[in-house]
Design a protein around this ligand. Structure first.
Ligand SMILES: [Zn+2]
Length: 259
């Protein structure tokens, strides 16, 4: 196998697996030989149970970076409600997009994606090469720091938390739940951490079913995936989809994330 093929194989092996945004070059090894048991919880919403009227929750992570106007303008122009998970880092860099979110409180529910975008795991471990918070105190700071930045930006206090990489250990889940949050898993990985192509992203999201919670990213305007997200939103609307935000419906999360 030549170097080019090896590189492609590595990319294929690593990029589409993750639901959340991770660096494209992921080290294959970890310095921690046996880390904590990690879970990546699922979340579903109550189904409509009406044929041709699927109820779907579209959720986005705004990890860091910029705002994807292709997606934001589609949500506004098509009047599609969505739940957006923001970090303190992203809020600081994107005041114009934040103003748009706040301008349409009927469309956008804003929730907590953390302060620094570090995995909410209370033991030291690398997730896709990203060091975890590593202690209960650091998990608390990640959650509280994200919420404080939201309130300082004029956003209502959040009720949902989704950590960087969407992976947790069970003790961190218990800690975050004790802080009053529900933890937002997902059921459809829409854009593979924003690394998928436009066509496959469109197909994945357009294929969402009644009761699904879709995760994608709204912070990568230069990635092809965002084009597919925007097209899928239009596809779903044309199919009669009922778009709901997490605050609008009953839900079921596994790993004790919502019960
Ligand atoms: Zn993220």
């Amino acid at each position: 196998m030549n170097r080019l093929l090896l590189g492609s194989a590595l990319l294929l092996a690593t990029s589409p697996a993750s639901a959340t945004e991770v660096p494209p070059a992921v080290p294959a090894h970890s310095p921690v030989a046996t880390g904590p048991k990690l879970v990546e919880p699922h979340l579903h919403i109550a189904r409509s149970n009406l044929a041709g009227h699927a109820r779907i929750a579209i959720t986005f992570d705004a990890c860091m970076g910029e705002a994807d106007e292709r997606i934001l303008s589609t949500l506004v122009n098509e009047r599609i409600p969505a739940t957006i998970f923001v970090t303190a880092r992203w809020l600081k860099r994107n005041p114009k997009a934040v103003a748009v979110f706040l301008q349409y409180p009927d469309l956008f529910e804003l929730e907590n994606h953390g302060e620094k975008h570090i995995p909410a795991i209370d033991k030291p471990v690398l997730v896709y090469g990203i060091p975890s918070a590593g202690s209960p105190d650091a998990v608390r700071q990640e959650v509280e720091g994200g919420a404080a930045a939201m309130v300082a930006s004029g956003i209502p206090a959040p009720h949902w938390f989704r950590g960087s990489t969407a992976k947790y250990d069970l003790s961190a889940i218990g800690q975050i739940r004790a802080m009053g949050y529900r933890i937002a898993g997902y059921s459809v990985n829409g854009d593979g951490g924003s690394l998928l192509g436009a066509a496959v992203t469109e197909k994945r999201i357009s294929s969402a079913k009644d009761g699904d919670v879709v995760i994608s990213h709204i912070n990568q305007p230069t990635h092809a995936a965002g084009e597919g997200v925007a097209k899928a939103l239009v596809d779903l609307k044309a199919k009669g989809t009922e778009f709901v935000r997490l605050q609008d419906v009953a839900d079921t999360g596994d790993d004790k994330t919502t019960d």
